[in-house]
Design a protein around this ligand. Structure first.
Ligand code: ADP
Ligand code: G6P
Length: 465
């Protein structure tokens, strides 16, 4: 085709959701999650298009430009949302790729819907990509898109990036129609993962399931070479730094600290409310520290901000109930009038508010049971221009491979969580500063722009960001 976009990003969600305000007016709000946080600045700078869903059922919104990004909505019906998004994507693939933190459910009609919706994404992309364009497909909701797109448009350069962990070989083998999923990914020229082991697992599976002969970081498939490598994702460091440097952020941080009780030390968790994030275990460990009088309600306070996520999926509703019950129990047992140990906010907050919270924090708690990367950990580090603040970080995050100056922890072990929380609270200011300085140097040298450049370079496309 003569016109069209020379750079197209394809992800299940657009960077903004279509919502309706209290007056019935349609508006766009930022979509949740790390994928959008990372990609939004890249696409805005490159002038590319973004193919994705608006987050609302049966939404027939046409193409629109929002905040400098060309949106190309792909509509999903209520049944698509039920089967493709909440079903196959978030009740089968998500738990299986996160090491079975919850048991995956397998249903034939979900797989069929997943295939049909992936085809629609491929068709929508084929319709807007210019001749020879670079197309970058994202995440586990769209594993089949690369091959479908290549069949429609062999002229394109196709990259794929998986934001979540890729499972060990034996776990992937449990998936029905596993060969189709692998062939789907092999439609790309370059398949990117968060960690080198994930790329190795993928290549090994092409041998085991498809009988291919992978080399070091590539495999030949249908006379093409497909490269599989790690590209650890990051954040827009400059944006977080700009917010953190603003007088408003510092004022808000001071206000928060005063409101939470002056000299109490603040522990903070910021996550989507997801069972992979280890929120329950974190709250439980904090409760035990209070019960054992290792810390007291006068000395410490925990703020847990949890964004509502996938709330129609039963496992997420159950998690919400369990967390809220535990928070209520701890506050009931250890709180006083006007002073509770756990502040739990089941809300999404603006970037400015999150940065103010990061700045007010003594100990950041990032304790997922499994996480592809975890951008909150990098945001916290990027915000701490004062080189203060300690972080407890799960070994089972991609971020731990880069930020090993955090207090690393096994989040499945409540005793270890307690040990790490106390160690972080007790660390000397010099120790905290030395750790933070090293972590900041790493994050500053590896921001999201660096990530995108590395990926697009490896894909062999000119970089406009
Ligand atoms: P995931 O992609 O699994 O949600 P990440 O930690 O990689 O996890 O990314 C989460 C992103 O969502 C970060 O950019 C973080 O700032 C943002 N976020 C997390 N919790 C909230 C919240 N309560 N309100 C607003 N943004 C949030
Ligand atoms: C993670 C996933 C993304 C997803 C985000 C939010 O970051 O890797 O693909 O968009 O969570 O989840 P949601 O289901 O609301 O899109």
């Amino acid at each position: 085709m003569a016109d069209g976009y020379s750079f197209v990003v394809v992800a299940n969600r657009l960077p903004v959701d279509r919502t309706t305000d209290e007056h019935g007016e349609a508006q766009w709000t930022r979509s949740p999650g790390g994928l959008v946080s990372a990609l939004e600045p890249i696409v805005r700078a490159s002038g590319g298009a973004w193919v994705g869903w608006t987050g609302a059922p049966d939404d027939d919104t046409g193409p629109a430009a929002v905040d400098g990004i060309q949106l190309q909505p792909v509509p999903l019906s209520s049944e698509d949302i039920d089967r493709y998004y909440e079903g196959q994507s978030n009740s089968t693939i998500w738990p299986l790729f996160h090491d079975l933190v919850e048991p995956p459910v397998h249903k034939r009609e979900w797989r069929q819907a997943y295939e049909a919706v992936n085809r629609r994404f491929a068709e929508a992309t084929a319709a807007v990509a210019a001749e020879g364009a670079a197309v970058w497909v994202h995440d586990y909701q769209l594993l089949l898109v690369p091959a479908m797109l290549r069949a429609l448009r062999p002229d394109l350069r196709i990259g794929f990036f998986l934001h979540i962990p890729f499972p060990p070989v034996e776990l992937f083998m449990q998936l029905p129609r596993r060969a189709e999923l692998l062939r789907g990914l092999l439609g790309a020229d370059l398949v990117g993962f968060q960690r080198p082991l994930a790329a190795q697992n993928f290549l090994q599976l092409t041998a085991r399931i498809l009988g291919l002969s992978p080399q070091e970081d590539s495999v030949v498939y249908e006379d093409r070479t497909v490269v599989a490598r790690a590209f650890p994702i990051s954040i827009d460091v400059a944006e977080i730094d700009r917010i953190a440097a603003s007088p408003g952020a510092q004022r808000e941080a001071d206000r928060l600290r005063a409101e939470l009780g002056g000299d109490r030390r603040l522990l903070l968790g910021v996550d989507r409310l997801d069972y992979t994030k280890g929120i329950e275990q974190r709250v439980e460990a904090f409760g035990e520290l209070l019960a054992e009088e290792a810390v007291s309600n006068d000395e410490v306070v925990l703020v847990q901000v949890a964004t509502p996520s996938r709330m129609r999926v039963a496992q997420y509703q159950q998690l919400r109930e369990r967390v809220e019950r535990e928070v209520g129990r701890i506050n009931g047992e250890h709180g006083a009038v006007g002073k509770v140990p756990v502040h739990y906010l089941f809300q999404s907050r603006s970037r400015e508010e999150l940065v103010a919270l990061y700045l007010a924090t003594d100990v950041m708690l990032v304790t997922p049971l499994r996480d592809g990367m975890n951008l909150v950990a990098k945001e916290f580090v990027a915000a701490r221009r004062d080189e203060l603040g300690a972080m407890v970080l799960s070994e089972f995050t991609g971020a731990a491979a880069e930020l090993d100056d955090a207090f690393l922890v096994n989040p499945h072990d409540v005793e270890d969580l307690k040990r790490a929380m106390v160690a972080a609270l007790d660390a000397s200011p010099d120790d905290r500063t030395a750790r933070m300085r090293r972590m900041r140097a790493h994050v500053q040298a590896h921001d999201v722009d660096h990530w995108a450049r590395e990926f697009l370079d490896a894909l062999g496309v000119p970089v406009h960001t």
